[in-house]
Ligand binder design. Structure first.
Ligand code: WTA
Length: 664
């Protein structure tokens, strides 16, 4: 990854300041800025003591010997401590009055609903833990979960956690090829899936994709299939089993063994700037400590809340803020299966009104879509139950923030803009809603216990409003432990931009995000500085999309960049050179465009399909042969080339690219 190609300049100046409403603050866990500052000071004075206190909110079967062992770039938290994540999310709640509290209130896309109390969820998890054991899944084995948004996805995750199997959830929107790659990389022995999933009234054939993905798998021995729609699927004898048949015979009694704090809880794949996706590995004690703590503080969770996070369990937000964080706190969570605009664009508002949801956590791309669909949809519903809103996934533009605040929050709900990553495991930078004065467009300040900063290339802190790189200066409990199977890649990607210095300065964790701090210390994220783009809140490595394009028989070379898009945040533009340059008819070109888009859809998944494909006879390159993406980005955005072009090898390419632009 090169940082030299990236000039960071900040154009955004936002002056509005929105204070927490007194009625909210009075009831909040942290009720004033003064108290938040005191907490931050306490954490800074002894960061390990601070996190120890948070860890004590969990049930431990054995205490830890040391809080954090940090040997660059290897971190261990609560070493020697023993616990079980499922025990923390279930057993300790069913031992008391929460037994009868709703854990999951679920609504299917067609409108069917289910409610699982903590007792019911506990029973299902114990049974499925026994099912997995019965299929030969052992502690340390990897189980792939490829499902839609059903309570059973959470049940499968918790059952893995209970027996010490490591889960890898693969987003149901990924293709069979992407699933195969993740199954092979993680060496999964078992796949949990469903017949098909509902999405916008259509059905997505998940079992079929699994069949395709495990055809030549050397590791997968068992496939468990949940029946959702009832569509006929082919079951391979001995390998495939129906969920309901196995569950009918399973015992509801399953112990929760004491697992090491550093036991691997899950692997979650995320895009990198080069090559294949990275299997981000999270472990047990540190992860759950920070997921539970941040859920409670950032969402100011109360016993009577009904909390709705619109993410999919296939992303980190679904792991930390649908399943583990809320359940560790004994919260009631609302889970929805389908699309936000099915059957009508008011689906979310309709559900908020019917279920009296109190906390709503979504992504800026969704908010921009809601804005586009119009105020009339939320206006038709009574949203007065809402008391707190949240966003995650990308910078939120101040206008979308104001709309969210006014139209959805009725001007009375604080908004928590939460910055974090798959790698950080839990929220790192965020307001606390009862304490932090908000500015639209910024995630505000690092949470207590998190030492994040904006620094220059040489590691020195940036001045006020000077653009730089967002780093984390001290390890934190829920940080990734490695890239599964590739420790060198872990070290290189995250810990080599700012390695430890001879003068004693420790290594900094490199986030890959550009940022600036304003005069109040608020951190404004300016986007990625590497070749990772954020489309509709999903991180995509442009390198992956490029290799998918190049794997098409007609393509010689491809470069993918992002250009700003009103709704998706970014749209993907692919510059493609073809093998052989024979002039083709306009119809043939159009046909090839759609073939390439479908090809990428098949290789990676529909979210990665380029919005625009431009054919060109050459790509702008440096003398050393590196594609000059900055130029392509400028061309894609429709602007003129402003930056330095002195390293460009062939100037005429630029002219030809502009011509390609006219064709597009
Ligand atoms: C971006 C999602 C601005 C950022 C939890 C980060 C954000 C990447 C915010 C991680 C935010 C996430 N403001 N940018 N509040 N939250 N990002 O791994 O670029 O899917 O590095 O994790 O999303 O994406 P990931």
């Amino acid at each position: 990854m090169s940082l030299t190609d990236t000039s960071i300049s900040s154009v955004l100046q936002e002056e509005r300041l929105i204070h927490p409403p007194p009625a909210f603050s009075n009831e909040a866990h942290v009720s004033s800025l003064r108290k938040l500052k005191a907490l931050r000071k306490q954490a800074a004075a002894d960061i390990y003591a601070f996190w120890e206190e948070r860890a004590r909110a969990l049930d431990w079967f054995a205490p830890w010997r040391s809080t954090c062992e940090w040997k660059y770039p290897r971190a261990k938290w609560f070493v020697g401590g023993k616990l079980n994540v499922a025990h923390n999310c279930l057993d300790r709640h069913v031992a008391g009055w929460r037994r009868n509290k709703a854990a999951i209130i679920w609504e299917g896309e067609p409108g069917d609903t289910r409610t699982l109390t903590y007792q019911a969820l506990f029973t299902q998890v114990c049974k499925f833990a026994n099912v997995l054991k019965g299929l030969g899944v052992k502690r340390g084995d990897v189980v792939a979960i490829y499902m839609g948004m059903l309570p059973e996805a959470a049940i499968a995750m918790l059952a893995c956690a209970r027996i010490g199997a490591t889960h890898t959830v693969v987003f149901g929107g990924f293709s069979a090829d992407a699933l195969r790659e993740r199954i092979n990389d993680s060496k999964a022995v078992c796949v949990v899936t469903q017949d098909d999933a509902y999405r916008r009234g259509q059905s997505i054939a998940l079992k079929e994709a699994v069949d395709e993905a495990v055809k030549k798998s050397a590791t997968v021995r068992k496939v468990v299939v949940l029946r959702r729609s009832g569509v006929e699927v082919r079951m391979k004898s001995r390998r495939d089993h129906w969920w309901h048949e196995l569950m009918a015979d399973a015992s509801p009694i399953a112990s929760a063994p004491a697992l090491n704090s550093e036991h691997p809880l899950f692997i979650l794949y995320t895009s990198g700037s080069t090559g294949k996706p990275k299997g981000i590995l999270h472990t047990t004690g540190g992860y759950l400590t920070q997921a539970a703590y941040t859920t409670k503080m950032v969402f100011d969770l109360r016993e009577d809340d009904l909390y709705f996070c619109t993410a999919d369990v296939g992303w980190i937000t679904g792991h930390s803020y649908i399943v583990y964080g809320p359940l560790a706190n004994g919260a009631s969570l609302f889970m929805y299966e389908g699309a936000p605009n099915h059957p009508e664009p008011d689906r979310f508002w309709d559900m908020i009104a019917r279920h009296r949801i109190t906390i709503f956590y979504t992504a800026p791309t969704a908010i921009r879509a809601f804005m586009k669909w119009g105020d009339k949809h939320p206006r038709r519903h009574d949203l007065s139950s809402l008391r707190l809103l949240g966003t995650v996934g990308e910078p939120i533009n101040p206008e979308a923030w104001m709309w969210y605040h006014r139209v959805i929050g009725g001007g009375r709900c604080p908004i928590v803009d939460t910055w974090w990553q798959t790698e950080t495991g839990a929220i790192m930078i965020s307001p606390l809603p009862g304490a932090t004065p908000l500015k639209p467009g910024t995630a505000t300040l690092p949470l207590p216990g998190i030492d994040a900063d904006v620094v220059r290339r040489d590691g020195s802190p940036c001045d006020v409003n000077e653009g730089g790189y967002l780093v984390v200066k001290q390890p934190w409990p829920s940080m990734l432990r490695t890239v599964f199977g590739d420790f060198q890649r872990y070290k290189k990607t995250y810990w080599s931009e700012y390695p430890p210095q001879k003068d004693g300065r420790p290594a900094y964790y490199f986030t890959g995000d550009g940022a600036r701090r304003d005069a109040d210390g608020y951190i404004w994220i300016m986007g990625r500085v590497d070749d990772v783009v954020n489309v509709s809140g999903h991180r995509l490595g442009t390198a992956e999309i490029e290799s998918a394009l190049v794997s098409h028989q007609s393509v010689a070379e491809a470069a993918v960049v992002a250009r700003p898009d009103d709704v998706k945040g970014n749209a993907l533009v692919a510059f493609v050179t073809l093998k052989g340059q024979a002039k083709q008819s306009a119809r043939a070109v159009e046909k090839l465009r759609s073939a390439l888009r479908n090809h990428v859809g098949g290789e990676i998944g529909h979210i990665a399909r380029p919005d625009e494909i431009r054919f060109t006879d050459a790509l702008p390159k440096t003398r050393s042969g590196k594609i000059m993406r900055r130029l392509l980005r400028e061309i894609a955005a429709g602007g003129s080339i402003t930056g330095d072009t002195t390293t460009l090898e062939d100037f005429s390419v630029l002219e030809r690219l502009r011509e390609a632009d006219d064709d597009a």
